[in-house]
Design a protein around this ligand. Structure first.
Ligand SMILES: [Zn+2]
Length: 313
């Protein structure tokens, strides 16, 4: 499906298919009111070599009210998973992937990490991303944010694991956000229009938005609790997110460094990744960080990773 067909495709909006996400992910506590930080740039760049030192130094500095809310940002039915391993392991195998986004609620404001398939594709008909691969949103992101007491225009910071089509679908709704963009990734999207089916029009709002370029590992709120990590390979500027929720095990939201638990087990690399060697290095980086910090690695498209997050929080 080309860019125009994707943008013009019609989705069926299914009303009433909502589920109590706020309670499912937040336990009995009601979501805290967002407190916006007056400075647009509270983050700071963190050279990679300093990460390990800073992680151990940060061990006792949890933020008392940092919460992570997983959001259901879509499903993708894949007819043939062959493209997800360059050794042919999945030829002819079909599967369904989940698409996850995350609202990180910090006293300085909300960070939205990824935006999913796109609210216009709510309903089982969805949109055909490429022949045989159909994506849809079970419920709109907008309504999930409403359950958490906010709305797209109030999101303070917006960042992406990468700029593939299943991660940027709702980006243009975030009209008041500061966009934390990776220049390598963004230039790849804009320059090579239509790469892997990701149309730059899905990021059109960025031309009006305040942009903070993130070239290196980046401490979003300046207190070490939420860090963007450079994990290229799946795409040129792929990133992962290290989060230290209050009183809970730290999380590494690994985006598409892996697409499934079986890929994680065997370090399998999708055929369509932009660099095999960078992918392997990023996998190793996240495994090392998980070991050193006790963090749990969360694979964004793995149903078995997403479901426990929903039920356990
Ligand atoms: Zn993806």
């Amino acid at each position: 499906m080309n860019r125009i067909e994707f943008v013009m495709a019609v989705a069926v909006v299914v009303l009433g298919s909502v589920f109590p996400l706020s309670e499912a992910v937040a336990g009995t506590a009601s979501p805290a009111k967002t407190q916006l930080h007056s400075s647009p740039q509270s983050g700071k760049a963190m050279p990679l070599q300093n990460l390990e030192t800073s992680f151990s130094a940060m061990a006792a500095k949890e933020n008392p009210s940092l919460r992570v809310y997983p959001l259901d940002c879509g499903r993708i039915r894949i007819k043939d998973m062959d493209m997800f391993a360059d050794d042919g392991s999945y030829k002819g195998v079909s599967a369904q992937l989940v698409v996850s986004c995350y609202l990180i609620r910090h006293p300085k404001g909300d960070l939205l990490w990824d935006t999913g398939i796109g609210d216009q594709f709510t309903g089982p008909k969805g949109v055909e991303l490429m022949p045989g691969n159909v994506a849809y949103m079970p419920v709109t992101l907008r309504s999930q944010l409403a359950w958490l007491g906010t709305r797209p225009g109030k999101i303070r910071y917006l960042a992406f694991s990468h700029e593939h089509i299943d991660h940027i679908g709702n980006a243009n709704l975030m009209t008041g956000a500061i966009w934390l963009l990776n220049p390598k990734e963004h230039q790849w999207t804009v320059r090579e229009e239509g790469h892997d089916g990701a149309p730059p029009a899905l990021l059109a709002e960025s031309t009006k938005a305040k942009i903070q370029w993130v070239k290196d590992d980046y401490d979003v709120f300046g207190d070490g609790t939420v860090r963007i990590l450079q994990t290229p390979g799946h795409t040129p500027g792929h990133q992962s997110l290290f989060v230290r929720p209050s009183g809970e095990q730290p999380l590494i939201l690994a985006g598409d460094v892996w697409h499934s638990r079986v890929n994680f087990l065997h370090n399998r690399v999708p055929r369509f990744n932009t660099s095999r060697s960078q992918t392997i290095a990023s996998m190793q980086l996240l495994r090392d960080l998980a070991r050193k910090t006790g963090a749990r690695i969360v694979i964004g498209h793995a149903p078995e990773d997403f479901a426990p997050l929903n039920m356990g929080r």
